[in-house]
Write a protein that binds this ligand. Structure first.
Ligand SMILES: *Cc1c(COP(=O)(O)O)cnc(C)c1O
Length: 392
């Protein structure tokens, strides 16, 4: 076996701060039911995870192995995730009146979305800790990503999808060897089926924030951004938010990097984008609340944003308040419009979630919340090709 030099020390509850043994599989905090976070010996990690050592490293997302949870390289399931480019999109920036506009193009990940980062780490760690079968409720990219990483090592994978899910997402999981069950009902009904399987058959649930390691995969976007901007951070990050793993993860990455001396104390203003048809975080932010109430009759073409009740709602809101950020709801029709607009001005055909970031940027430039000379990073979280049905 070849050690990764992971500096993982323990798991800590994000709400009650109880700590847990990281060498066991955990879902939510047994004491209070909130998400667990991975904690590291950052002084130790900082000895080898340096700006200079990173220059010489290959291995994409796993270049940051000291601050990832997997202990042995033999357990890291690698399909080419991470290390995505952050393009300066000059023509787009000029068209919207914000010259320093960048797109981090996560559609280049395996399975066509950034879910590959989260599930890459979660499935690897579950495999390392001896999980026998994995399960997920998902209406979109998460299921495909779990199926891919499970397939790579032959772990049985169970996917529960709402019956009305677009064929692309279902076919992808089936082709990757997952057992797909279509459920008449909503994603919450799919969640129930997963819980039944967990109790009856001992499956391991890899839902967003219900295990600690998807967040760790997603946080690598924060490390890559800092590296891209020569260990500084942009003024504004616009992020299409469903469960919020990426937003919470990047914020955690910034803190870790500051402790390791890689960046200073300056932070971007973080922007949450949701659809007008499902905007629980926007509503909660506007009310100044510390938690969100579930959104009734959630409906949007952006599958990644159809999350009526996020387990990590309080963590998302904390990031918004601490960063001086904001939250914006956009119309589905604007996502379709701005997807074409982004594609035609950059060569990147985004998912509707990625297009939502551009719609939000335009709104925030108009309102003056973003100044034309600020550096803004949009996240194209997935490939438009998986959503071609929306335009036909
Ligand atoms: C899942 C998903 C999102 C939302 O990501 P979170 O980090 O869970 O908020 C956004 N875009 C796409 C394409 C997704 O698949």
């Amino acid at each position: 076996m070849h050690p990764t030099d992971s500096a993982l020390t323990h798991l800590e509850c994000s709400a009650c701060a109880a700590t847990y043994d990281p060498e066991r599989l955990w879902n939510l905090c047994p004491a209070c039911g909130k998400p667990l976070l991975a904690r590291y010996d950052l002084a130790r990690a900082a000895k080898t995870l340096t700006k200079r050592s990173l220059l010489l490293r290959e291995g994409r997302m796993w270049r940051f192995h000291e601050v990832l949870p997997v202990r042995e390289w033999e357990r890291a399931i690698i399909l080419g995730e991470g290390n995505t480019p952050t393009f300066w999109v000059e023509r787009l920036g000029e068209a919207v009146g914000c010259r320093q506009t960048f797109i981090k193009d996560e559609s280049l990940n395996p399975t066509g979305s950034f879910k590959a980062r989260g599930l890459g780490v979660a499935v690897s760690r579950a495999y390392e800790l001896g999980a026998k079968e994995l399960a997920i409720p998902s209406a979109g990219n998460a299921a495909g990503a779990m199926s891919a990483y499970a397939a790579a090592v032959g772990l049985p994978a169970h996917v529960f999808m709402p019956a009305d899910v677009p064929a692309t997402f279902r076919v992808e999981c089936e082709a990757l060897g997952a057992r797909v069950t279509l459920v008449e009902g909503l994603i919450t009904d799919c969640g129930k089926k997963v819980r039944e399987g967990v109790e009856k058959h001992g499956w391991f649930d890899v839902s967003t924030l219900k295990e600690p390691y998807r967040l760790e995969g997603k946080k690598t976007m924060g490390y890559e951004l800092a590296e891209r901007f020569d260990w500084t951070l942009p003024d504004v990050i616009i992020y299409p938010t469903g469960g919020g793993t990426g937003l919470i993860g990047m914020w955690k990455a910034f803190e870790e990097m500051e402790i390791m001396g890689l960046i200073g104390s300056e932070r971007p203003r973080m922007v949450v984008v949701q659809s007008e048809g499902c905007a629980p975080m926007v509503r909660a932010f506007e009310q100044g609340a510390s938690e969100a109430t579930p959104w009734k009759d959630a409906a949007t073409i952006a599958d990644g944003l159809r999350v009526p009740a996020a387990v990590g709602d309080f963590l998302i809101l904390k990031v918004l308040y601490e960063s001086g950020g904001t939250a914006v709801a956009v119309k589905d029709e604007d996502m379709l419009h701005y997807a074409r607009f982004m594609a035609a001005h950059t060569g990147i055909f985004p998912s509707p979630e990625g297009a939502a970031c551009l719609a939000a940027q335009v709104q925030l430039l108009k309102s003056g919340w973003i100044q034309p000379d600020e550096t803004v990073v949009l996240f194209n979280t997935g490939s438009g090709l998986k959503y071609a049905h929306l335009w036909t």
